[in-house]
Design a protein around this ligand. Structure first.
Ligand SMILES: [Zn+2]
Length: 299
């Protein structure tokens, strides 16, 4: 099913991925997603136009070329676990406490993230958790005054530190994130926002296994959606993720939406499929994330 005309521009302009948990307090204020509407709610990360992406890529490649080894080979991705990301997890609740999370619930989410990135250079170290009751922030949307106020108050660390905000986010989204290249121009905005119900065991079925955070952190380390650019051009600027015309929903095994070689990468964390269906980053994505993050985040 295609997104409605109302929702479609939101998905194109942003990117994200949402939802809730079995925790009772969360369930009270979270939407219950059904199979028929869940596909509209994935991700609100602001992706560039194809032209802007191409310009950005040229700038990035100039930086990358400077990092080539003397024999002309690109630097290989660093070994797994070699770049530690300090994490600050900010729980937003409403004034009645809906949206609160226990340490165990946060730990389960962090473990999903750690496991998903186990074959990448990135390790994640939770420094501390905050909890803030604010009815406006609890319904935060991308680009809103509530988002600016929330992040201005709570954000910690520098370019290499990951700030995660959980809330009952609006817009029918599961989450959104910022890219590494955006940090210098707007450091306070840097970070990842996720729907509380997307945590493991949350109420945003079928997006409640914690992979929303993995998807959004994928953006945070420099990855586009696998369907970026559609069937033409350079797509997501990763050579081993086959071109994909549009987001995949559910788990459409065998989908092949472009004439270019290869089936759609429906099991990739950077698509829009159900949580159970996404479980991998490609080697090319790991290389891109490593290079983007080392340049722009000094990780
Ligand atoms: Zn996304």
């Amino acid at each position: 099913m295609q997104p409605s005309n109302f929702i479609k521009p939101i998905i194109l302009a942003l990117c994200c991925y949402t939802l809730p948990s079995s925790m009772t307090t969360i369930a009270q204020n979270s939407e219950i997603f059904t199979a028929s509407n869940a596909h509209s709610l994935r991700c609100g990360t602001a992706h560039p136009t194809n032209e802007a992406a191409a310009l950005h890529e040229r700038q990035f490649l100039n930086l990358r070329n400077q990092a080539k080894t003397t024999d002309g080979n690109n630097l290989a991705p660093r070994p797994p676990g070699s770049a530690t990301v300090d994490v600050y997890f900010h729980v937003i609740t409403d004034s009645r406490g809906n949206g609160s999370l226990s340490d165990a619930e946060i730990d389960r989410q962090m473990q999903v993230l750690i496991d998903a990135f186990a074959n990448t250079p990135f390790a994640f170290n939770l420094i501390y958790t905050t909890t803030t009751a604010n009815d406006s922030w609890y319904r935060v949307t991308p680009g809103s005054s509530a988002e600016r106020a929330m992040k201005s108050t709570l954000r910690e660390g520098d370019a290499g530190d990951l700030n995660i905000y959980s809330a009952n986010i609006g817009g029918g989204l599961l989450g959104w994130a910022t890219f590494p290249s955006s940090y210098n121009s707007n450091p306070i905005d840097d970070g990842v926002v996720i729907l509380t119900g997307s945590l493991p065991g949350g109420n945003s079925i079928p997006y409640n296994e914690g992979d929303t955070l993995t998807h959004e952190v994928g953006h945070w380390v420099g990855l586009y959606h696998t369907f970026q650019g559609g069937c033409s051009g350079n797509g997501d600027f990763v050579s081993d993720t086959p071109a994909e015309r549009s987001p995949a929903y559910g788990c459409p095994v065998g989908r092949d939406s472009c004439s270019a070689p290869g089936l759609d990468p429906i099991n990739n964390y950077m698509d829009y499929v159900d949580d159970f269906c996404m479980y991998e980053f490609s080697t090319g994505q790991i290389e891109r994330a490593d290079t983007q993050s080392s340049f722009y985040r000094d990780l």
